[in-house]
Structures are given as C-alpha cells and as structure tokens.
Write a protein that binds this ligand. Structure first.
Ligand SMILES: Cc1ncc(COP(=O)(O)O)c(C=O)c1O
Length: 337
C-alpha cells in the first residue's frame, strides 16, 4: 500500500527489526531494561533535560506531561487546535481534573500572547489555578517561529507558569528550520517526542523534563497502566529512529512540496490556501469531485488517503517516494477526467 493518511503508518526497516530482535532487555518497571535506560539517558542529554521516561504513545506522554505539572483544579493554556486538547479524549480533564483553557490558534499555529495574558486567571477562589502553557511544534505541519518560543517563555515566566511542548513532530520543525533540536526546545520545562511518526519506530514516545518531574511522571505512567516490562525491544527501535531517521525528514518535506504542487495542477484541487512547511499537505477539493468514490477507486489500486473536501490532509513519510506521489497524481488525473 502507498499510504498518505498519516506518518504514523511508517513501518520499521529491516535494520530496525534487527536492532529490536537483538536488543538486551530486562524488566523496565524494576528499572532493569538496559535498552530503555540507555534511550532515556541518551535522549535527556541530547535534548538538554535532566531525565526522560519512555511511554507507549504520544497521548500518554502528553497526559503524564500535563499531570506532572498540574494538580486537581489547575488549568493549562493550549491551542484550540492542540492535539492534547482536541484529540486525546480529554485525558488531562478526565483523569487528572486539570482544566484546559483553549485559545484560538493564529494561522501560523502560534497562540496570541495578548489573548494568553487575558486567559491567565487571578489568584481568586472563583477560578482554576493557571499553571501551564502547552504549545505544539509542528502544529498542523506548521513550524512555530523561534522568536515566538522565547517570547512565550518570557510570558510564562512573568506569570509563574511552566511550559510544555507537544513535540510529536518537533524534529520536522528542527529540520525545516535547519537548526539543532536544542535551539527550539530550550525554552520548555518539558517536552514530548513521538518516535512512531516520521521517525519510523513502530511504537513509543518520550517525555523529558527535570529529575523530580520525570519521577512524578513515572509514577503516573504506572498508574495509567503504562509500565512496560521488556520494553527494550521497542526502545531499540526508538534509538534508531532518533539517530538514523532525522536528516531524511528533509526528503519528506521536499516530497510534500512536490505533492502540493502536483495536486494544485489537477482540476478541482486547490492548495493555494495552505503553505507546505514540513510533511503535511492540505488541499481544498471542489464538491464536483466524488472524493469518496476516488478514495475507494484508489484503494483498489493500493493507494490510501483520507477523503475530505475542505483542507483534505495528505502526509509524506519514509514509506512514500517521489514515484509514489507521481503515481497518485496520475491516478487522480485519470479519475477526475
Ligand atoms: C501533535 C500530536 N501530538 C500527540 C499525538 C499522539 O500520539 P499517539 O498517536 O502516539 O498517541 C499525535 C498523534 O497523531 C500528534 O499528531
């Protein structure tokens, strides 16, 4: 299958499978898994944090991330479009009694600082206690400007807030900007990284922060059933994802630009409202196109995408080549004409 639905569909390479098969393992709940320990230690040092914890998913890493900063009755500021507000089943509110305070994202993905200022609650027993600002980078494929991250840090410091980064695709941001990862994660108190998206591992994410914060997250991870045993098999893939699959993200970004240009050349397809900055492409499709029929027809030919009209999303990743894109475009052209 050629799969444009998401970068979560990436499959482990043969080399990654070998690394997984050969990984030394132990019981990670006892702290005995050498491969998990090595990944956590390496990741903490590489990203400039004191400690890290390996989690089963990005959703779990965000949940632990928010709950390790906040107590019951606290709140976190986030974007209306934030994954950890909109797409994680309300976990922080449901499981932690931590209230989200969403702010509408600017078109570039940032949160307007003037609106954030107004959203911080005074110390008054009518209100939840505002504790945390949570940002996402990339968000909808868009890269947050580096200056903005430091302005947000100033804002957070002024209000005594912690700052969390949902960095599911933070390496896409670093590669797109051509900067070292540390340059864009330094303003944050905590961050997540998804290993199982464009970086190509089958499972796993990391949460990074201070020693004390990660100790709290580790307890919470156990509480939500996320303590894994011989998890080194997964951590070995995660390590390879971080050490071997970062630079190649540039290829996915170039492919995404090509895909957008080619889509735009098709009758009834318009990408002009969207800027391609990383590996995510959006396209508006005219209602005269039977997009559900097109998706069914292409599925028969081994090509998958999620049909939609406004802002239909297609994602490039290590399982999609330039030729695959040209094949998709050829098939759509044939269908629509
Ligand atoms: C920005 C962002 N954060 C977090 C997640 C959650 O990751 P997972 O699917 O591993 O739970 C996703 C998943 O798509 C995401 O796009």
């Amino acid at each position: 299958m050629i799969d444009f639905r998401s970068d979560t569909v990436t499959l482990p390479s043969e080399k990654m499978r070998q690394a997984m098969a050969n990984a030394p393992v132990g019981d990670d709940v006892y702290g005995d898994d050498p491969t998990v320990n090595a990944l956590e230690q390496w990741a903490a040092e590489r990203h400039g944090f004191e400690a890290a914890v390996f989690t089963s998913s990005g959703t779990q890493a965000n949940l632990l991330g928010i709950l390790s900063h906040c107590e019951r009755g606290d709140e976190y500021l986030c974007g209306q479009d934030a994954h950890n507000y909109k797409y994680e089943a309300g976990g922080a509110a449901v499981l932690g009694s931590v209230q989200p305070q969403p702010i509408e994202n600017n078109p570039d993905g940032t949160l307007p600082l003037s609106k954030l200022e107004k959203a911080v609650k005074p110390d008054d027993n009518h209100f939840a206690r505002t504790r945390l600002l949570s940002l996402e980078n990339t968000i909808g494929g868009k890269v947050l400007p580096v200056d903005y991250l430091y302005q947000a840090r100033e804002f957070a410091d002024r209000h005594g807030l912690k700052m969390h980064l949902d960095g599911a695709r933070v390496y896409n941001a670093a590669v797109a900007l051509g900067v070292d990862i540390r340059d864009i994660v330094a303003p944050f108190d905590s961050m997540t990284i998804c290993l199982s998206k464009g970086l190509g591992a089958p499972v796993g994410s990391l949460l990074l922060g201070s020693q004390e914060y990660i100790a709290k997250a580790r307890r919470l991870r156990k509480m939500v059933g996320g303590g894994m045993r011989q998890a080194g098999i997964l951590a070995a893939a995660g390590m390879m994802a971080l050490t071997e699959n970062v630079e190649r993200l540039a290829e996915d970004h170039a492919n995404a630009k090509h895909l957008a240009e080619m889509l735009n050349s098709l009758p009834g397809f318009d990408t002009s409202a969207y800027d391609v900055q990383t590996n995510i492409v959006f396209v508006d499709v005219d209602t005269s196109v039977d997009i559900v029929g097109l998706s069914a027809a292409l599925k028969e030919k081994g090509i998958l995408f999620s049909p939609g009209y406004q802002g239909m999303r297609l994602v490039t990743h290590l399982g999609v080549t330039r030729d695959d894109i040209d094949l998709l475009i050829g098939e759509i052209r044939r269908y629509v004409s």
